[in-house]
Design a binder for this molecule. Structure first.
Ligand code: SF4
Ligand code: SF4
Length: 485
């Protein structure tokens, strides 16, 4: 007889489904990886905060901001590049390259993005630096949190949150500067004359930065971000990840006991169980427990352990960037091997080169003149009193250059076709010309007329050719000339 088993009976010893957060107090550490992180943090924050103020000359009519997302005029400016809405596919290309670069980083050196470059890591690191500056390093901060509140302590907490909010506010402020002329918007913001939407976005960005970097910190990486899960599925045995070299570290023992064991010819691990690697970890984990989803691979435990190893006179890099292959080789008494060039890294690099190459080629060869036409639908064709057939079209002309220019319109179509442009003073019936405003779209109506002597098919192909009379640039588009039903 089948027995009904309660879920509670199946796993009586399983842990709770939800574990409340243990506050992390990462200890200050110095070393190679800490210096790299400070350097990258400085570069990333400088770019983010200062880029909107970098100027770029685009002539008297163009915006002078080097990087600008101009929503009202549907333009994106990036130094010498100006993208129109029709060229949104460049962003798709950029996203593909970004994803492939992430895969490549992962294949070479694990979560390089997470540990050094991700905005969550950079801002959290900055907020931790402020916290340590005001409330002291790990031990001092823990002690203060356990002690009773004093006026001085309340002042410290208030000062920390004030500075956090100021950083968060400036982060939100810098964000909106990418969407309008930065110096002008700063003045408008300061005098409360900026658009309401700017204040709304600053408020949203201030709140999210303060919450994510000040309060949620490592929980964003552990619970909210999908990349750790994807990264775990993409890694392989050759990828270099921050690893505790347990073959060298175990069995853990004190410095004295290790010396005695070695003197007696026995094996002693290099790990002295000092927990310094845990103390500095911004996610509060113990790297000696193996690779973990929580590990953002920031390398700070490497710095902490290296400094311990130097103090006790043992070789550094008990914790270091290492691969599963090396670990297996060392255990088998074989030499270490590193393979950066392997099928997946070659594939990712090749794909980045191909996508980047296509984007560059299209960017360099793109035209600054574009045309498209829309055939009138109601009616599609009209028979005139002399028997001629007329079709009407709406033509959109895009002048992507910053200056005005004059173009001529030529038609290749059924025999004897004549073109006439409507509502434009500068037109001639034989070969209409039109002046296009710089960096703008011009719309005109065109009438094509085919004489009654021409034998017309139900639908005949028509080519609209636009020629810049000054620069000689040409743009074309095709449509059809329709006979009445
Ligand atoms: S275990 Fe080491 S590398 Fe991983 S997050 Fe902690 S300090 Fe950084
Ligand atoms: S810092 Fe190094 S020696 Fe200390 S516990 Fe961590 S691995 Fe062991």
């Amino acid at each position: 007889m089948n027995q009904i088993v309660s879920p509670l009976d199946i796993a009586p010893n399983d842990g709770p489904l939800y574990a409340s957060r243990k506050k992390v107090y990462p200890q200050r550490v110095s070393g190679t990886f800490r210096r790299i992180k400070w350097g990258l943090m400085g570069i990333c924050l400088s770019i983010y905060y200062l880029l909107p103020f970098v100027r770029w000359d685009r002539g008297p009519t163009g915006p002078s901001q080097a990087v600008l997302i101009d929503f009202p005029n549907y333009r994106f400016y990036f130094f010498f590049i100006e993208l129109w809405p029709q060229e949104v596919y460049y962003f798709t290309g950029l996203l593909i390259i970004a994803a492939l670069a992430l895969f490549l980083m992962n294949a070479v050196g694990g979560r390089i993005w997470c540990g050094y470059l991700c905005p969550q890591t950079v801002w959290t690191d900055l907020f931790y630096a402020v916290e340590r500056f005001i409330e002291g390093d790990r031990r001092e901060h823990q002690k203060k949190d356990r002690a009773r509140l004093t006026v001085r302590r309340v002042g410290e907490i208030a000062a920390k949150h004030t500075i956090w909010l100021l950083i968060a506010w400036w982060t939100g402020g810098a964000w909106v500067l990418y969407f309008a002329d930065a110096p002008t918007l700063v003045k408008e913001l300061a005098t409360f004359q900026a658009p309401v939407i700017a204040y709304v976005w600053i408020g949203i960005l201030t709140a999210t930065t303060y919450t994510f970097a000040g309060h949620m910190r490592e929980q964003v990486c552990t619970y909210m971000c999908p990349w750790p899960r994807i990264q775990a599925a993409l890694t392989d045995e050759w990828a270099l990840n921050v690893t505790y070299r347990y073959d060298r570290g175990e069995p853990r023992t004190s410095v004295k006991k290790a010396a005695a064991l070695r003197a007696a010819g026995d094996k002693a691990g290099d790990c002295i169980d000092c927990d310094q690697c845990v103390a500095v970890c911004p996610t509060g984990i113990d790297i000696r427990d193996g690779s973990q989803l929580e590990c953002i691979q920031c390398g700070l435990c490497i710095d902490a352990c290296d400094s311990v190893m130097r103090k006790i006179g043992r070789p550094t890099r008990l914790i270091g960037y290492d691969s599963e292959v090396n670990l297996t080789n060392r255990l088998a008494g074989k030499p270490e091997r590193n393979r950066v060039i392997r099928p997946r890294t070659v594939l990712y690099t090749a794909l980045i080169a191909v996508v980047g190459g296509i984007m560059l080629a299209t960017l360099l060869s793109r035209t600054f003149l574009a045309v498209n036409v829309l055939h009138d639908r109601n009616p599609v064709a009209v028979r005139l009193s002399d028997g001629a057939i007329r079709n009407a079209y709406t033509m959109h002309l895009l002048n992507k250059r910053a200056f005005d220019r004059t173009v001529a319109i030529d038609i290749d179509g059924p025999e004897g076709v004549q073109v006439q442009a409507v509502s434009n003073d500068s037109l001639t019936p034989e070969r209409p010309t039109v002046t296009l405003k710089g960096d703008a779209t011009t719309e005109i109506r065109l009438l094509l007329t085919v004489p009654s002597s021409t034998e017309l098919a139900a639908s005949s192909p028509v080519r609209f050719r636009i020629t810049d009379l000054g620069l000689g640039e040409v743009a074309m588009t095709n449509d059809h000339f329709l006979a009445p039903q």
